[in-house]
Write a protein that binds this ligand. Structure first.
Ligand SMILES: [Zn+2]
Length: 136
């Protein structure tokens, strides 16, 4: 999935129609309309054109990002299948070869059995794998 411009693409002191907001965020105007109708994005006008304030849109996008963010603890991976933090199945973690820089770790999700990846700073690998069995 391509990374979309986030709230930084929106100007706080501007107002936007759905079309303008969609263009700035490179999304569809129906997405903006959906946020307004069902997700609590404030709209100034009852009819067309629907006007939303830049500051409202920024607050909405930031709150949304905050909700979606998953903080990983040491030993945890983000599973794209489950869309949440998971520990590896049976504590098994594999480190991919490489001598310098962050270490690429690989593990299997215990719930959906997808491969999960995480990069960990080499200096923190001991802390990360404290209660895992690491194979290289
Ligand atoms: Zn999973």
């Amino acid at each position: 999935m391509a990374r979309r411009p986030g709230w930084r693409a929106i100007k706080r002191h501007r107002s936007y129609t759905y079309e303008e907001a969609a263009r700035a965020l490179r999304t569809h105007k129906n997405t903006i309309a959906h946020w307004a109708k069902s997700r609590g994005l404030p709209v100034l006008t009852g009819g067309k054109p629907h006007i939303i304030l830049g500051c409202d849109l920024i607050d909405f996008l930031r709150a949304r990002k905050e909700r979606h963010r998953v903080r990983l603890k040491p030993g945890e991976f983000y599973c794209f299948g489950c869309k949440t933090a998971r520990r590896s199945a049976e504590g098994l973690v594999e480190a991919l070869p490489g001598d310098t820089g962050p270490v690429n770790l690989r593990a299997i999700c215990p719930a959906c059995e997808q491969l999960m990846h995480r990069r960990v700073a080499r200096a923190r690998i001991g802390e990360f794998c404290a209660d895992l069995s690491l194979t290289v």
